[in-house]
Design a protein around this ligand. Structure first.
Ligand code: PLP
Length: 404
């Protein structure tokens, strides 16, 4: 690359909006106990069964697997998804799905379909930093709505919608992570889902429902999705096999009414997602590996969550508060004091533990008294020692903030 950096003059405007990927790349590779990235349990990655599925596909459907597969994605997998995700009397069809490269790519497709630069998107504040970046790179204006411990602050949403309407601004969509929220771990109640849908109808915006963690429920009862409550009129769902199977598969989907799916499919310029991987996952499901694998990982994550909460309860109860998530990968700590994010990173590196400061997930600052701990990646044995280190880090930060 030209060393005088002239290629940088050619960068599209949106690239000056920042980058987040480099922080992810280092997660899990440091010789620390990592409560950082939302990565699946490494020991449970279904390597052997996937290898069998991939081999089977290559042996029996090599041409279909290795040629271009079409922008809608392998029909067999879309049919399986339709069967799996139909609930409460709503019957989904393969044509309600397009296969994409993970939930992040699903959101990018939705953004490219709906967002012109300067359009308004509403989202939960805090929200998943990768999704914030995707929406930012689409050059949307983001309006955040505060999250309360029990979910979205509906009164605030109502107020913001009124303010926007006064300015004649009609938001394009609301991006929500209703189940086992990243970073908060919380689940949106049925009442709040219904209220959000009411607002969507009144103020005429779409809802993008990110179901990345939905299949990983440890306890409590599932809450009907907004897609199902709305019968797919103004809700688009995005999902992924990244957390249930493996993120390296890079396989997810957009689920929506047939017209929306047709729009995404026909405007796609990346020639579709990998037919080999889509067929291998379908084979994996058909061979009966998926459900037992899911049950196994749910059990693993439930035990990890419980060990983490028990450890924190013993050591850190006077430093922070938290609510046990009913599923997913994350525990959200409310600290008794603000922390300096730089100090958290540095102290964590010195003590050999990584967590993520809440400020990474907020739109306009905030979150300096919050910490996200992913319990998914650390081994069960590491959690106790990890909590000892987190306790040391928090005490160090607390005493340094006292002495200021
Ligand atoms: C809420 C949420 N959405 C989307 C993603 C991206 O997932 P994928 O690997 O399917 O692109 C993540 C990953 O952490 C996430 O937490």
């Amino acid at each position: 690359m030209n060393s005088n950096g002239s290629w940088k003059d050619k960068l599209a405007r949106r690239n000056h909006l920042g980058s987040w990927v480099s922080t992810l790349r280092t997660e899990g590779t440091r010789p620390t106990i990592s409560f950082g990235g939302g990565l699946p349990d490494p020991a449970s990655l279904p390597t052997e069964a996937l290898a069998k599925s991939i081999n089977y596909v290559l042996k029996n459907h090599s041409e279909a697997a290795l040629q271009y597969g079409g922008t809608e994605g392998y029909e067999g997998l879309r049919e399986l998804l339709a069967k799996k995700l139909s609930e409460n009397g709503t019957t989904l069809k393969a044509s309600n799905f397009v296969i994409v490269n993970g939930a992040s790519s699903a959101l990018a497709h939705a953004c490219s379909l709906f967002i012109d630069p300067g359009d308004t998107v509403i989202l939960e504040d805090p929200s998943y930093s990768g999704s914030i970046s995707t929406i930012k790179f689409a050059e949307a204006k983001m309006v955040g709505v505060t999250m309360e411990p029990g979910g979205l602050d509906m009164e605030m949403l109502g107020k913001k919608l009124k303010e926007l309407a006064k300015e004649k601004i009609s938001p394009k969509f609301f991006y929500s992570i209703p189940n086992f929220h990243n970073p908060m771990g919380s689940t949106m109640s049925l009442e709040k889902r219904k209220a959000l849908l009411e607002y969507a109808r009144e103020y005429d915006f779409l809802i993008i429902e990110d179901e990345t963690y939905t299949a990983l429920r440890f306890d409590g009862n599932p809450v009907p999705s907004m897609y199902i409550l709305d019968k797919g009129h103004r809700v688009i769902q995005i999902g992924t096999f990244s957390k249930t199977l493996a993120p390296g598969l890079r396989l997810g989907w957009v689920m929506g009414n047939e017209e929306i799916i047709e729009y995404i499919t026909s405007r796609r310029t990346d020639m579709g997602s990998s037919p080999l991987i889509a067929r291998a996952i379908a084979q994996f499901i058909q061979d009966g590996h998926y459900e037992p694998h899911l049950a196994k990982v749910i059990d693993i994550y439930r035990r990890k969550r419980d060990t983490l909460i028990a450890g924190l309860g013993e050591r850190c109860a006077n430093l922070a508060q938290w609510t046990a998530p009913e599923g997913g990968f994350f525990l959200w700590l409310n600290l008794k004091k603000d922390i300096d994010p730089q100090m958290l990173r540095q102290a964590g590196a010195e003590e050999g533990v990584s967590v993520i400061t809440g400020s990474n997930f907020y739109l306009n600052g905030g979150g300096k008294d919050k910490v996200r701990m992913a319990f998914s990646y650390v081994s069960q044995n590491q959690i106790e020692e990890g909590v000892v280190r987190v306790d040391k880090v928090l005490r160090r930060l607390l005493s340094s903030s006292k002495s200021k």
